[in-house]
Ligand binder design. Structure first.
Ligand code: P6P
Length: 339
C-alpha cells in the first residue's frame, strides 16, 4: 500500500522538486486548508449545531446571508490574518477589502474567497464548498509597506498564483493548482489531514453531460438556446449523441463533477436582469474555477473571451460562465462569435 502523501508533504515536494512555490505561498495554502477543515466541521454539524438557517443580514450582492456564510467567512479571516503571508483579503460576504490589521505582519499575497458557495443548499444537506484565489500584491515600490488599495485586487485571472476549492460533500475534498496541473486531496477524518488522492486531474475533452439551470431557458440569448437545444435533440439531432443534464445549484459541486468525469457548466447572461453580465462573480468564483479547469486540460470563457483574460473593473464584478470539457466550451463559445 503506497504511503499516504499529506497536503503538507505534497506542497513541500512541489517546492523542492519543482520550485513552483516558495515557503510563504506553501504556508498560506496550508492555513487555507486548515480553515477549510474547520468549515467542514461546522457544516457537518447541521441541525445539531446552531449553524443552519438565515442570519437576518444581506451581503453586498443583495443576497440573504446564511449563518454558515458568516461562520465560514469568519473562520477564513481569523485563520489568515495573523500569519504574515497576506496583505489583505476579499470575500463575497464583505463589501470592501479586509487589510491585515496593523498588529500583524504584512505579507505579499492577496487572498480572495467565496467562503461558502451554494448557500441555498445548506439547509437541505446538499454539497456546498469554499472557493479561493491567491494573487500577488501589485506595488509601485515593493520596498514600501504602503496600505493595500482595492485596485491591487483588480488583476485578470491569469495573474493568479494559486487557486482552489474545498467541496463539503460525502467526502471533504480539496482541489488545488499552483500552475503545474491540478491535485485533489481527500480529508482523512481519523488523521485530521488532507491526503493526496489524485495528483494529475484531467478533464475529458468531450462529454455527454451539461449543467445549466433549465428554468431560465426562455431568458437566454440565442447562442445558448442553440447549444442546449442541440444537446436536447440527442442522437437524432446535429450532435448525433444523447446528452444528460445535471444542476446541483452549487458551483463547487457541479465543477467538482466536471473535474472528476468531464462535462460543461454554464451560467450565461439572461434577460431577467439585462444590466447584469451574469450571476457568478469573476474574482472569487469564475477565475479560480477557470484556472483549475484550464490546468486540468479544460477551457473556460465568458462566452466570447478566455475567462482568465477578462479585464477586471470591480471587486464584485459578475460574468457569464462557460467552463469544462474543452471541445464543448469551444463549441458554445463559437456560437457566440459566429455572426
Ligand atoms: P441558481 C450559488 O448560489 C451560486 O452562486 C452557484 O454556486 C450556483 O452555480 C448558482 O448560484 C445557482 O444559481 O440561479 O440556479 O440558483
Amino acid at each position: 500500500m503506497a504511503s499516504k502523501v499529506s497536503l503538507t508533504r505534497y506542497l513541500v515536494e512541489q517546492q523542492h522538486q519543482k520550485g513552483h512555490i516558495q515557503p510563504p505561498l506553501r504556508l498560506l495554502l496550508e492555513v487555507v486548508a486548515r480553515a477549510c477543515k474547520r468549515i467542514s466541521q461546522a457544516v457537518n454539524k447541521g441541525a445539531l449545531g446552531d449553524v443552519l438557517g438565515g442570519a437576518d443580514t444581506e451581503n453586498i450582492q443583495g443576497e440573504t446571508q446564511k449563518k454558515l456564510d458568516i461562520i465560514a467567512n469568519e473562520v477564513l479571516i481569523e485563520a489568515n490574518e495573523w500569519g504574515g503571508h497576506l496583505a489583505a483579503m476579499a470575500s463575497e460576504e464583505m463589501d470592501s477589502i479586509y487589510p491585515v490589521p496593523n498588529r500583524y505582519p504584512m505579507g505579499e499575497f492577496l487572498l480572495l474567497f467565496d467562503p461558502l458557495d451554494g448557500s441555498s443548499n445548506i439547509d437541505v444537506n446538499v454539497s456546498i464548498g469554499t472557493i479561493f484565489s491567491v494573487l500577488r500584491r501589485v506595488q509601485e515600490d515593493p520596498t514600501q509597506v504602503d496600505p493595500v488599495k482595492e485596485s491591487e485586487f483588480l488583476q485578470p485571472g491569469h495573474q493568479q498564483v494559486a487557486a482552489g476549492y474545498c467541496v463539503y460533500g460525502p467526502q471533504t475534498t480539496l482541489v488545488l493548482t499552483v500552475g503545474d496541473g491540478v491535485a485533489m486531496f481527500t480529508l482523512d477524518r481519523e488523521q485530521g489531514s488532507f491526503v493526496l488522492t489524485d495528483d494529475n486531474v484531467q478533464i475529458p475533452a468531450d462529454t455527454k453531460e451539461f449543467a445549466i439551470n433549465m428554468s431560465n431557458m426562455r431568458h437566454w440569448d440565442e447562442p445558448v438556446k442553440r447549444y442546449v437545444d442541440e444537446c436536447l435533440q440527442g442522437k437524432e439531432g446535429p450532435r448525433g449523441k444523447d446528452f444528460n443534464m445535471r444542476w446541483v445549484a452549487s458551483m463547487v459541486a457541479d465543477v467538482h463533477r466536471i473535474m472528476t468525469r468531464g462535462g460543461i457548466f454554464m451560467y450565461p447572461w439572461d434577460k431577467r436582469e439585462p444590466n447584469k453580465p451574469g450571476k457568478l462573480r469573476l474574482m472569487y468564483e469564475a477565475n479560480p474555477m477557470a484556472w483549475l479547469v484550464e490546468q486540468a486540460g479544460g477551457a473556460a470563457t465568458d462566452g466570447t473571451r478566455r475567462m482568465l483574460d477578462v479585464p477586471v473593473t470591480q471587486l464584485h464584478q459578475r460574468v457569464p460562465v462557460f467552463l469544462g470539457s474543452r471541445n464543448e466550451v469551444e463549441r458554445v463559445t463559437s456560437y457566440h462569435t459566429t455572426l
